[in-house]
Write a protein that binds this ligand. Sequence first.
Ligand code: SF4
Length: 274
Amino acid sequence: MKNIIVAEAQGFCWGVRRALDIVADHGPVSILGDLIHNKQVVAQLEAQGKRVIHEISGEEQNPIVITAHGTEVKNFERAYSLGKEVVDTTCPLVSKIYEAGLEFEALGCQVLIIGDRHHVEVKGIASRMEAPIVVNDETELAQATLPEKLGVISQSTFSPKKFDKLVELIRPRVKELLVANTICAPTKKRQIAAEELAKKVEVMIVVGGFHSSNTKKLHAMAQQYVESYHIEVCDHLKKEWFEGKQEIGIIAGASTADWIIEEVCRRIREFETP
Ligand code: SF4
């Protein structure tokens, strides 16, 4: 029988769980964007009359829910100007990133955000800063013009190793550098778990939304060590991935429900049945 090892750090992170609990306490709501990057859970919410919206038109049902990774200031302003009620589920660890950036600005630094400029969380952070620079990788950093005094913060789900590397590349380019590693603890824990597990198995299955930033980073991390596949649900698994392999590792992103992980394990066991 194959040995299936599920990483300890898996399932919803507490910020996502908290957001889901808040939404569960409300009846019909309009959720601005995906509450979590998990299509299956979003479908369940929609079945309960909770609608996902992608912009605030004024026509949507009240209240409007801001998701765990926050949103741009302009969306709060628009909702209030239209007389909407807002349920803000922004994760407290994301709010801490806002605070870190604003503190750096108060100390006279321009803020550099390490993260994906297209991600809702980074857009939300950037909207609170005066003139933020956003870089996601070494190429973007090389192209950025840096000021003398710089304060660096990070998207909560950024890769800790990549963050450290980018900070070291920034250091010789500025006179004064302040750094707040604002990668959240659940992300760090998960990245470490992915790395440790990838080192000891023959194939890794990374479970989570295809658009989930933290899941994509787990997959990238695992790929450095072992054959790794990113799936959303058990139907994406292929029997041939496991042929001749005995040690199988499973890790999930922050938005992946426990029942999805259980289904993945069950399906891998079914592949063993002749
Ligand atoms: S990944 Fe981290 S910052 Fe994002 S919701 Fe979860 S705990 Fe909060």
